[in-house]
Design a protein around this ligand. Structure first.
Ligand code: FAD
Ligand code: 2HG
Ligand code: ZN
Length: 484
């Protein structure tokens, strides 16, 4: 205990261990390692302790102890985040609070179309529980088998269902949050209408763990689709892709639930590097779209609608080839190509990533302009623009030129040019009125980059909100905005 009567950092860590008991913490270097590094290996941190509380009361007690000792906290869910926000800083002066043991579904209310869950429930388990109640929880992304809802909320994750159902922000009705001083805010309301002042939950959604620890949430459910039709179509250029998007929306009676772009490079790398995937279309084309329509009515009308639509677009010369999945296995194969994009890129050497958005009407222009610009800067660079173009969100990833050693010095030299390519791509995005982070967040990766694209006024307001909730800066410091 120091002169001020506070516990030292070492004593605080010991108190936390005693509080949660032997099952509730990890400090062995081998066991700790998976919590210290993010999926792409871009950030590798250090920590004094990984603590795994089992209840909201435990989280509150841990945060209260940390607040007294001013010991920084890094909240973590499934550790699938792509901007380094969940990785502790390299100096090791922090604890990681993993929500993984808080994985209970507290209640399902089919009549209210809601579910109340703890923050550590894996997204796929939430989808399953909704299905068992004959409902749909529509958030869906490639990492759904391991990401956790607290992480999805804290990153305001997007994914492949945004077109019809919105981002995670649109799917949450209430939250329970442990604040940086250890108090518990019970905002677990299950109301669709609640106009009682500032909507506080929205601060924590997308807050990347910098304002508090989400411990539970009330989620919105939807009617379960009775028929889902999936197609893979081929197109000659990105202008045709976006024209087809507009037409498909209009023709589907608002039943379009996914519209995902995949370039030829994506088909090649997924079929080559991942097991059990086949190319659904025999010939090769420059661009493909995964298109899905669904309906909560099981009448067979969706299939007919899709067939008629595609026939008309082939006739019009916009769609050059395509296949409608004839079985669940064929649909799964098409989805595996889409969901395997991130993993497959890992086998193609260094990849410089951009998760950007522009108005949907400017997607084609963005892709054309940005591809030409990066190819002019580095001939042989392999752009891989893919993803949620129906939301105006392009994953504009750039694989290193072929022939370069994917593991060796060439990869490091290529990745060292990250900032240079960011400047090119983000400059084009800004000129088109877009965002340099459409869905992955800011974290560490874009913390400094964002200062060039947000106005001083927005940055000032963000700092003021951070300071109001976390005056000592102990909650995930150094993420989203630089520590003062
Ligand atoms: P983590 O990575 O553990 O944490 C992410 C952030 O949330 C950190 O800032 C962390 O501090 C904070 N956090 C975690 N839990 C809490 C909590 N309970 N309270 C407060 N803060 C917390 N993202 C998309 O948006 N769309 C996609 O389509 C998509 N696809 C992906 C595909 C793959 C293969 C991979 C690896 C990632 C993908 N991602 C995608 C990124 C990632 O899956 C999402 O950001 C996801 O929401 C993170 O959840 P998580 O539980 O892994 O969170
Ligand atoms: C996706 O849509 C993810 O698959 C990951 O957001 C994108 O690998 C990426 O950059
Ligand atoms: Zn994505």
């Amino acid at each position: 205990v120091n002169d001020a009567g506070r516990l030292s950092i070492d004593e605080t860590v010991e108190r936390i261990k005693a509080l949660v008991g032997p099952k509730g913490w990890v400090s062995d270097p081998n066991d700790i390692e998976p919590y210290l590094v993010e999926p792409r290996g871009l950030f590798h941190g250090a920590t004094r302790l990984v603590v795994r509380p089992a209840s909201t009361a435990d989280v509150a007690a841990i945060v209260t102890l940390c607040a007294a000792a001013k010991l920084p906290i890094v909240p973590q869910g499934g550790n699938t985040g792509l901007v380094g926000a969940q990785v502790p800083p390299e100096n090791g002066n922090n604890i990681v609070v993993s929500l993984q043991r808080m994985n209970k579904i507290r209640a399902v209310d089919p009549l209210n179309y809601t579910m109340t869950v703890e923050a550590g429930v894996i997204l796929a388990d939430i989808q399953k529980a909704a299905e068992e109640a004959d409902r749909l929880f529509p958030l869906s992304l490639g990492a759904e088998g391991s990401c956790r809802i607290g992480g999805n909320l804290s990153t305001n994750a997007g994914g492949v269902g945004v077109l019809r159902y919105g981002n995670t922000r649109d799917l949450a009705l209430g939250l329970e949050v442990v604040l940086p001083d250890g108090r518990i805010w019970d905002g677990l309301r299950a109301l669709r209408k609640d106009n009682t002042g500032y909507d506080l939950k929205q601060l924590f959604i997308g807050g990347e763990g910098t304002l508090g620890i989400i411990t539970a949430a009330v989620l919105k459910l939807f009617p379960r689709p009775r028929e889902i039709e999936t197609a893979m179509i081929a197109l000659a250029n990105v202008d045709d892709v976006m024209e087809i998007f507009a037409r498909a929306r209009a023709a589907s009676g608002d039943q379009l639930t996914a519209f995902e772009l995949i370039p030829r490079f994506g088909i090649e790398m997924t079929t080559q590097h991942l097991h059990g995937i086949s190319d659904p279309i025999a010939a090769a084309y420059p661009w493909y779209v995964l298109l899905e329509i669904s309906s909560s009515e099981a009448s067979g009308a969706s299939r007919a609608k899709l067939e008629n639509f595609l026939a008309a677009q082939i006739e019009a010369g916009l769609v050059v080839d395509g296949v409608i999945a004839a079985s669940a296995a064929q649909a799964a194969n098409i989805w595996r190509i889409r969901d395997g994009m991130t993993e497959a890129q890992g086998y193609e050497g260094g990849s410089i990533k951009h998760d950007v958005s522009v108005p949907v009407s400017r997607v084609a222009e963005f892709i054309r302009t940005a591809m030409a610009a990066v190819e002019a800067r580095l001939p042989g660079i392999r752009p891989c623009p893919f993803g949620h173009v129906g939301d105006g969100n392009i994953h504009f990833n750039l694989s290193q030129p072929k022939g370069a050693d994917p593991k060796g010095v060439d990869k490091a030299a290529y990745l060292a040019r990250w900032g240079e390519f960011n400047d090119i791509v983000h400059g084009i995005v800004a000129a088109l009125g877009g965002s340099i982070s459409a869905e992955h967040g800011i974290g560490r990766l874009k913390r400094d980059e964002i200062t060039h694209y947000k106005s001083p006024l927005e940055l000032d307001l963000m700092r003021k909100i951070k300071h109001a909730l976390d005056p000592d800066g102990i909650m995930n410091p150094g993420k989203v905005i630089a520590a003062e």
